[in-house]
Structures are given as structure tokens and as C-alpha cells.
Ligand binder design. Sequence first.
Ligand code: PMP
Length: 291
Amino acid sequence: MQVYVNGKYCEKEDARISVFDHGLLYGDGVFEGIRVYAGKIFRLDEHLERLYESAKAIDLRVGQTITEMRDLVLEAVRRNGLADAYIRLLITRGVGDLGINPYTCGSSGLIIIVDKIVLYPPEMYDKGLAVITVATQRNLPEAVNPRIKSLNYLNNILAKIEAINAGVEEAIMLNSFGLVSECAGDNIFAVRKGVILTPSISMGVLEGVTRNAVIEMAREKGREVKQLVMTRHDLFIADECFLTGTAAEIVPVVKVDGRVIGDGKPGPITRDLTETYHRLTREEGTEVGNQ
Ligand code: PMP
């Protein structure tokens, strides 16, 4: 494995950053998780766009243009020679002093890791996942907006801890109004009477690339998709429920807070969208090439 760290490629064991990087000291930075399928990067430009939007929102001045970043990502994937992979792309605030002032930092840091990822046990895709709502609320949009994919994931980690301690794999997070926002690491969808429902971005949600792909696919199939205000009740009475994310892809949910969803098996619309998503990820994408 060849990891890109601040302008150089190194072996995994030698991939290190300064302890004075504010990415480490304060979680001050932004990142993306991107997938490569059969030698093609899925929705690379959407991921890069979100990365630069996240950076803009925290006034992080990225040392590379988006075009330069695109080339660096392509090169990193090529060097690692994996046809199917997961790219972790991180921009840190850079090296500064021990105060929180981000403007003391020099140039932004850049890390590109190309590896494999398995998020949930494979059988969960066949049987479906049980999830619970947790007490940890999703960050207020007025505080750290969940639209920013920042290196500070403590809000999500606290939710994940609650889920794992309760014996389930994923946590549903509510916003400060008690409305459904998203999961610790995925967006959430429900299906009721054939209509696909998902919390709108203003509920305090990351605008997932997979979320957008699913909305697009469903609409192309002629299905109605609503982005709206959702309560736990909407999940309890749903015919189907599923989660979406780059790493997770589409995961069926069969139990929410002990309530069985639909007939307790992954639903037909979830299965159909999953099949189409698998096809889409193999068909479209930016060719990595081999030079
Ligand atoms: N919400 C959160 C909190 C996430 O961390 C992620 C990504 N893991 C998602 C949603 C899904 O986003 P995407 O489909 O772009 O991976």
C-alpha cells in the first residue's frame, strides 16, 4: 500500500503527520470517502465538490485546486493497483501552534489512502439490520453543520457507541427537535405505500452522494421521492427502511427500536434499488486508467 502524505508517497508504516497538525489536535479538517468499482471511481466530481464546499464552510484554504486534487486522487488509485477500493481523502488545517487559531497554521495537509473497507457483516445485507434511536442528538446546523464532512466525528462516534453498547450496528440520530436526521455514518430512507421518504437536508443531514444517487435512480424508475420532516413514527409504520452511504452502499433495515419493519425482511423496493445501484456503480464512473 502506498499512502500519499503531504506531497510524498510512503508505505503504510511510514505514513505519518506532525503532532502539531490541527487535523489531529482539533479535528480541524475535512474529508471524503470514495469508492472505486471495477477500475472506475464512482461520482468522483460530486465527492470533490462536497469536499471543497466543506473546506469553504470552515474557511480552510486548500493548497490544491480541485483539478489538481482530482489528478492526485487518480494517481493514488493507479499506484495502489486496486480495481475495487475505498479512497479516504483528508485535508487538514495543517501544522500550527497549540492554540486553536486556525490562521496560525501553514499550508493545508493532504492525505490520500487507498484501501478496502467492509462496514457491516455481509449477512446483514441479506437479512437486514436492526437499528435504534440514540440519546445523542445530531449536531445543530447552527453549531457544526452536519453538511460539513469534517474530521471531527465525535458526534457520530458517541451515537455509534450507544448503538454498539445496545447490541446493534447502527444508530438513528434525531435533531434538536426530536426529528429524524440520519445515522451515525449513513443517510436513512423509508418506503411507505410505494413512496420513498428521506429527511430533508435542513433536518441536519450530510448530503450523501449515495443519497443523491438513490433519489435519482428512484425518480428514473418513476417512483415518487419526498424529502421531508420525519419522525420516528414514520419509520415505525414504514413498509421498508434502508440506509445509504459510500462504504455501506444500500443496507436494508428490518427493525427500528424493537419495531419490526414491514414483514421483517428486506423489502422489494430496497432490493430493486440495491440491484440498480450495483449496476450503476459498475457502469458509470471516472476511469482510473493505467498510466
Ligand atoms: N451521513 C454521515 C454522517 C456520513 O458519515 C456519511 C458517509 N459515511 C453519509 C451520511 C453518507 O454519505 P455518502 O453517501 O456521501 O457516503
